[in-house]
Design a protein around this ligand. Structure first.
Ligand code: TYM
Length: 348
């Protein structure tokens, strides 16, 4: 349980490494907006330091960071209600991450499935940053004493590690300082699957662009991808349980349900006995209606990069003002001397 003395505060992040996908949108962004609009204190971050744990072209990273910021804004994140910034502008993340590198155990990190997947067979050649990635993620969250973290299903293990880091730190230093966070993994779209293979997660790093819908895709491209999405030859069953062994069918129904804010079973019931061709044409209409305004707004916003940079800079100042006292106190707890104010920190 989160200690009562920590006020409810939401933190979450998205890597600005390439196009954001429908998975990021349904699994994360729409829920970020809901939490913001529920009046909870919300802090959202473009985790550019996480992105560089694998090679990024500098020019593309800059463009992808601005584009991801535009996606947040277009999806409904409002800088007056939420703090929105990119991670590298608030030095406290990297500072606390170092401390957490000294709390986190090698064994914990070795068990991370995302590291195993991303490093692949050639582990010796993976960056140290990729291995230590979850410690930085714990720092992102705990440097704000955030209590709730909305994510998709694939981040569950990382959030368990964040809890372990907080518990070990509190135990080792005999304090009750860092909150033991609550992962928030809810809704019908916690795991949107690839359009080409219903057993694989939809991902921005999948080599096939046909496997995903990008938030920047035009109506024509969305139509092409959904029409070619893999299905089976059976008609649609009337409830999700009967689709248990039909991963592609389940995925398309789940996407429909998430986009139309319905229960997947009621979508299945509506299309019971019908062929996928009919269903797909309704899904195309729904997806285009929902996603086109977002891609158009992203397009408009990215025309003015200096305005995006201004919003991120302002967010970074607000974020640093929350993080600095927490970081200072962490240094004191550990026994590190900090006798002067930090070097010209934003808001510090
Ligand atoms: P990232 O950038 O891979 O994904 C961002 C968010 O989108 C969710 N997501 C999905 N949800 C449903 N279906 C999918 N196919 C899908 N693909 C992605 C992810 O679960 C995530 O919520 N390590 C994180 C970024 C991070 C972070 C943090 C998150 C860094 N620090 C602190 C929360 C708190 C990541 O790589 O997410």
């Amino acid at each position: 349980m989160t200690p009562a003395r920590h006020q409810k505060r939401v933190f979450s992040g998205i890597q600005p490494s390439g196009n954001l996908t429908l998975g990021n949108y349904l699994g994360a962004l729409t829920r970020f907006v809901d939490m913001q609009n529920a009046g909870i204190e919300t802090i959202y971050c473009l985790v550019d330091l996480h992105a560089i744990t694998v090679w990024q072209d500098p020019k593309e990273l800059r463009a992808a960071t601005r584009e991801a910021a535009a996606a947040f804004l277009a999806a409904g994140i409002c800088p007056e209600k939420s703090i929105l910034f990119n991670q590298s502008q608030v030095a406290a993340h990297a500072e606390l991450a170092w401390i957490f590198n000294c709390v986190t155990r090698m064994g914990w990190l070795s068990r991370m499935t995302q590291f195993k997947d991303k490093a692949g067979k050639n582990r010796e050649n993976a960056s140290v940053g990729l291995f230590a990635y979850p410690a930085l993620m714990a720092a992102d969250i705990l440097v704000y004493h955030a209590t709730h973290v909305p994510v998709g299903d694939d981040q569950k293990q990382h959030l368990e590690l964040t809890r372990d880091v907080a518990i070990k730190f509190n135990h080792d230093f005999e304090v009750d300082f860092f909150p033991v966070i609550e992962p928030v993994i809810e809704g019908t779209a916690t795991r949107v699957m690839s359009l080409r293979d219903g057993t694989k997660k939809m991902s921005k790093s999948d080599p096939s662009d046909m496997s995903r819908i990008n938030l920047t895709d035009s109506a024509d491209v969305i139509q092409k991808k959904l029409r070619r999405a893999r299905t089976d030859s059976e008609p649609i069953a009337g409830c999700m349980k009967d689709l248990e062994y039909r991963p592609e069918a389940r995925n398309l129904i789940n996407i429909f349900a998430a986009l139309s804010a319905q229960d997947p079973d009621s979508v299945a019931q509506t299309y019971e006995g019908r062929q996928f061709a009919d269903f797909k044409s309704d899904l195309v209409d729904l997806a285009v209606t929902k996603l086109q305004p977002i891609s158009q707004e992203m397009n408009r916003l990215t025309q003015d990069p200096s305005e995006i940079d201004r919003i991120l800079g302002h967010g970074a100042e607000q974020a640093a003002a929350i993080a600095e006292p927490i970081l200072r106190r962490t240094y004191e707890i550990i026994g590190l001397i900090r006798s002067r104010k930090g070097p010209s920190r934003i808001g510090g």
